[in-house]
Each structure stands twice: as structure tokens, then as C-alpha cells.
Design a protein around this ligand. Structure first.
Ligand code: RB5
Length: 148
């Protein structure tokens, strides 16, 4: 499995921790930056990671900013991306099983490192359940394609 990761200055420390964690689990990581705590604009990183997922250069993406919210707003504008801000372990599992999210957004200023790594672990290992959930994703794709 390969995971693309990205962040702005507000999520830099958490992104580094996640990179370390994934690498320790022998998961390949593509790091799209940013690479310091210097102030940057989060949309650039959300777009790079989203494109890497849509272009199948990686299987999943993880984006960190102060809240996770800005990253999720941008990522969800890229056709083919289903991104969710997650701050608890129940939602981490549900958003893969039901929404088949391909990008996880985390807020470094909102949750601690321990919870963030638990969320990452649960989200990566959860599996989409298909069935009625696929029907709902098909409706989302129809919206993306302007068929509403
Ligand atoms: C940066 O200050 C902050 O706005 C950003 O990290 C994020 O929280 C935006 O949603």
C-alpha cells in the first residue's frame, strides 16, 4: 500500500509523526510537503495529494492542517475524492466502511498525536462495505458529473 501525505504549517508536526508511523508499519509514503512550520497556503497541498490519489499514484491520502477542515474543503472539490475530517475512532471506521473515503483529514490543533495515530490505523485497515453504500456513492459521482 502507498499513501500520499501533505500538510500546511498548522499540520506539519502531525504529518511528520504520521509519516514516521506509516514507515514503521512498512507502508510506502509519498510526502507532498510542506516540509517546515513556515506559513503556507493549504490548498496547494490538498490539491497535490488529491491529484496523486485520483491519478492512482497512491492508494489513499492523508492531509493535516490546523483543523483538517480547510484541507477537506479543497480535497472534496477534486472529482473522485471523498475526504472526511475525522476526530474519533468510530467515524474513522465508518467513513471507510460507508463512504469509502480515499482521503483522511486531521486537525493537529484539535486532536492529540495518540488519537490521530489510532484514527490513521483504523481508517487504513477498515474496508468499504459496498452494497447499499455503493448506491449512495454512485449518487455522489452523479453530482460530480453534473447529472443531477
Ligand atoms: C492555518 O492557520 C489554518 O487556517 C489551517 O491550518 C487550517 O486549520 C485551515 O482549515
Amino acid at each position: 500500500m502507498k499513501i500520499s501525505i501533505g500538510c500546511d504549517h498548522g499540520g506539519f508536526k502531525l504529518k511528520e509523526k504520521i509519516k514516521e508511523y506509516l514507515t514503521s508499519k512498512n507502508i510506502e509514503v509519498d510526502d507532498y510537503g510542506t516540509f517546515s512550520s513556515e506559513s503556507v497556503n493549504y490548498p496547494n497541498y490538498a490539491i497535490s495529494v488529491s491529484k496523486s490519489v485520483v491519478d492512482k499514484k497512491s492508494d489513499l491520502g492523508i492531509l493535516c492542517c490546523g483543523t483538517g477542515i480547510g484541507m477537506s474543503i479543497v480535497a472534496n472539490k477534486i472529482p473522485g475524492i471523498r475526504a472526511a475530517v475525522v476526530g474519533d475512532t468510530f467515524s474513522a471506521k465508518a467513513t471507510k466502511e460507508h463512504n469509502n473515503t480515499n482521503i483522511l483529514c486531521l486537525g493537529e490543533r484539535v486532536i492529540g498525536e495518540g488519537l490521530a495515530l489510532d484514527i490513521v490505523d483504523i481508517w487504513i485497515n477498515a474496508e468499504f462495505q459496498g452494497g447499499r453504500h455503493q448506491d449512495r456513492l454512485d449518487s455522489i459521482t452523479a453530482v460530480e458529473q453534473g447529472n443531477i
